[in-house]
Design a protein around this ligand. Structure first.
Ligand code: NDP
Length: 338
């Protein structure tokens, strides 16, 4: 059983030395447990937080522990009622390893006929659910309004933008580089997409949002938020989903301190800013999300892009790339064929 462990806590951006690939015997499931074989493993930004021992919404991975992740798995052996050998499942507690033992907690059965099981990690899984609920429940987009989202070609941002288009909004994406921006406009149907690596992002954003911004879906923080702030309309909504621009930061950004400016803006514009952690806030809504999103994906109303990496041994490098925008689409790692 190959496993990738947290070797040490990163300071700043994670490095190869923070991960350790080890071999251990395949674990044996007991009564009330099952053995899962990972087929597709998910790499997501939240894992950076789990590598650190700073205060957060969930416990850090202990040094020497298996890196956490969700994975699409095959049930290899089952002593657990409701699950049989051969079942295809989504396990949210699989970890960066070939095999895991589960008691069924946070494990969901998948349709064995599912054409692209890896989509259970992206558009039909945690990230897609995040974009959908955060946009609709907190963002409350109305036809004709302007919605802005960064990390626009990733699994959260792509769902936010495409669902906002389906709701009749003007959608402006922000992404890293010309290729991602072209994809957001041509394939995902965004009205515009701006490259955050350009120095004049704030001017470009003002031009792309002539009616101001009604919903800013916050995925990144940093200079994208600085560019968004002056454009926020009265009664605008900000679902605070993620702050990836800060995840590797070791100190506060350079001044001046913009908190007083933000507080004044929130008051004068009566802005609603609300953070959420997807399963914590919205867990019971997962089936209803799937009921809507599954046909949208099947009919091509919501398009999907995956960045597929081959082999567990390549997960650390791919994960480090994710934090720097080197992924293009939902990052997944193929572990085994079946
Ligand atoms: P992505 O696959 O989109 O990957 C992250 C992307 O962030 C990168 O590809 C890069 O895209 C962008 N990025 C990285 N650094 C910066 C930076 N300094 N400035 C601007 N953009 C940057 O990730 P997801 O779609 O999985 O996640 C998007 C966000 O949603 C993350 O912040 C994540 O933590 C959050 N999230 C929150 C959840 C919740 O429950 N609250 C659940 C799931 C995700 P680009 O090259 O385009 O800049």
């Amino acid at each position: 059983n190959r496993q990738i462990l947290l070797a040490s806590r990163p300071v700043g951006a994670p490095k190869a030395e923070n991960f350790n690939l080890v071999e251990s015997p395949i674990p044996k499931p007991e009564q009330g447990q099952m053995l899962l074989r990972a087929l597709w493993t998910s790499l997501d930004p939240y894992m950076r937080g789990r590598m650190s021992d700073a205060k957060s919404y969930s416990e850090p991975v202990p040094v020497g522990g298996v890196m956490p992740c969700g994975a699409v798995c095959r049930v290899e052996e089952s002593h657990l009622e409701g699950f049989a050998k051969g079942d295809l499942v989504m396990s949210y507690t699989a970890g960066w390893q070939d095999y895991s033992v589960s008691n069924g907690t946070m494990v969901f059965k998948l349709d064995p006929q599912m054409q692209n099981p890896s989509q259970a990690l992206g558009v039909l899984g945690m990230p897609g659910f995040t974009g959908y609920m955060g946009l609709l429940d907190i963002g409350q987009p109305k036809p004709g309004e302007t919605v802005v989202v960064a990390a626009a070609t990733g699994p959260v941002g792509a769902v936010v933008g495409q669902v906002a288009k389906l709701k009749g909004c003007r959608v402006v994406g922000v992404a890293g580089g010309a290729e991602k921006c072209a994809y957001a406009v041509k394939e995902l149907g965004f009205d515009a997409c701006l490259d955050h690596k350009q120095d004049d992002l704030a001017e470009q954003l003002a031009q792309a949002c002539p009616q101001g911004i009604d919903v800013y879906f916050e995925n990144v923080g940093g200079k994208v938020f600085d560019a968004v702030m002056p454009l926020l309309n009265p009664h605008s909504r900000i679902p605070v989903c993620g702050l990836i621009a800060q995840y590797n930061a070791t100190e506060l950004p350079p001044g001046p301190d913009r908190l007083p400016q933000l507080m004044r803006l929130m008051l004068s514009q009566r802005i609603r800013m609300q953070a959420f952690i997807i399963f914590d806030n919205y867990g019971p809504h997962y089936p209803e999300f799937l009921k809507v999103m599954t046909p949208w994906v099947a009919e091509g109303k919501v398009k999907v892009k995956e960045d597929q990496v081959d082999g567990l041994e390549n997960a650390p490098a791919a994960f480090m790339g994710l934090l720097e925008g080197r992924n293009f689409g939902k990052l997944v790692v193929k572990i085994a064929d079946s």
